[in-house]
Design a protein. Structure first.
Length: 407
């Protein structure tokens, strides 16, 4: 396990951030904040998808009033996102938010920043200094010649100085960039400079799949080095996708306990005995409906499947018209291929209810022998199907210059 970077700890409502707390997932609503019911519906959806904290824009008085109404009804802490108007930060504090995000690029006046810090301090809530490469202070941009990592960090440090001058230390920081290497470099530099918790994100990552890939590349690089205390995927998509992706990433990195399904599947190859993509789609839909927190493998053939997926809690491998159901790599049941998904879901449910030992004890004792027979049979058949002799002759032709391409 990676040693996590030691930081101060802050609290965003009931969620601890930094100081050894689990890495938390954030997302942001896309509704108009003044639409209280619409925004709350989205907050509930985000919470259900794995968000621990939700950020909501506070861009006018109606939004601040909306916040006051929705905060008592929210299932997760709400952070107000503030740009340009420091008075809206004061209004959001009055509305009862659990945290503020200030953009140093557009709230620059020292007296305004200090007034917000005083209000946040009195309310006992933290402030995120949220630097964004696309909205850096012009002076800092000019001094560095562009939004380089050093410029992002300087912008954050300038704002932090103002906060510290009035004794405010409930701070977390982000230095987001849309360019992944620059984002990673900025956070590494910041991590070496301050002891505050860090909020990770690749800004304006765009729609999936590119946005997901950029976000994972940047966020995971840092998390695997122990850097980062809370994360957000900034996708041009339904924010529920952001929350799901954030939560899944933390689970895949072993930073949060698995809540839902982890479906692993072979990529399929010439040995596949079944339409792996189709079976995976059916299994995924059925298992997600069942909401089981286990790792399930779907493998295209019994030749390599059970062995390669032996770390999975449960799995299925196809072979000669049959589905070979295995638990921790051991074949426990053989069913007709057409029933393999149903059998998988049923056994997965029993596994969760009864445990691995009980289900291994209840296995069909003939299943392992039948699977081994099928495996050997397939190896024999596929040896012919792969036309090894013809391929060897073709390789020799190429090597000796007598092949098709030399004529
Ligand atoms: S499990 Fe079988 S079908 Fe799937 S990739 Fe491996 S060898 Fe190919």
């Amino acid at each position: 396990m990676t040693t996590r970077r030691a930081t101060r700890q802050i609290h965003v409502g009931s969620v601890a951030v930094g100081g050894g707390a689990p890495v938390s997932v954030q997302s942001m609503t896309t509704t108009k904040t003044a639409d209280v019911d619409g925004t709350l519906a989205q907050i509930y959806a985000l919470s259900g998808a794995g968000a621990d904290i939700v950020r909501v824009t506070c861009n006018d008085v109606a939004a601040a009033q909306g916040l006051a109404e929705m905060i008592p009804r929210s299932p997760v802490p709400i952070v107000a996102d503030i740009h340009f108007q420091y008075r809206l930060a004061l209004a959001a504090v009055e509305a009862g938010v659990a945290g503020l995000r200030l953009n140093p690029g557009n709230i620059r006046k020292e007296s305004h920043i200090k007034a917000v810090a005083a209000a946040a301090s009195a309310a006992g809530i933290p402030i995120r200094v949220g630097v964004n490469a696309g909205s850096l202070d012009k002076d800092i941009l000019a001094a560095h010649g562009g939004p380089v990592p050093e410029a992002l960090v300087e912008s954050a440090l300038k704002e932090i100085r103002y906060l510290e001058e009035v004794g405010f230390h409930d701070i977390k920081i982000s230095v987001k960039h849309s360019d992944v290497p620059s984002m990673v470099a900025a956070y590494r530099l910041l991590a070496d400079t301050v002891e505050y918790p860090l909020h990770l994100g690749v800004t304006e990552a765009g729609p999936p799949p590119g946005g997901l890939i950029k976000s994972v590349a940047g966020i995971a690089s840092l998390l695997l080095d122990g850097i980062g205390d809370t994360i957000r995927f900034s996708l041009t998509a339904d924010p529920v996708e952001e929350a799901k992706a954030g939560r899944s990433l933390l689970e895949y990195l072993g930073l949060r306990e698995r809540q839902g399904l982890d479906l692993i599947a072979c990529p399929s190859c010439g040995r596949a005995e079944v339409d792996v993509i189709g079976v995976v789609e059916r299994a995924k839909a059925a298992l997600e409906d069942a909401g089981l927190p286990i790792q399930v493998a779907v493998m295209g053939c019994v030749v390599n499947g059970p062995g390669e997926a032996r770390e999975a809690d449960i799995g299925i491998a196809a072979g000669r018209g049959k589905g070979h159901l295995f638990i921790k790599g051991e074949v426990v049941r053989v069913v007709p291929e057409g029933l393999m998904v149903e059998a998988l879901v049923e056994e997965a449910q029993r596994l969760v209810d009864e445990g691995v030992e009980a289900r291994l004890a209840a296995r069909d004792i003939t299943a392992a022998d039948l699977a081994e027979e099928t495996r050997l049979e397939l190896i024999g058949v596929q040896g012919d199907a792969n036309a090894t002799a013809e391929r060897r002759a073709a390789v020799a032709d190429v090597a000796e210059g007598t092949g098709e391409r030399d004529r």
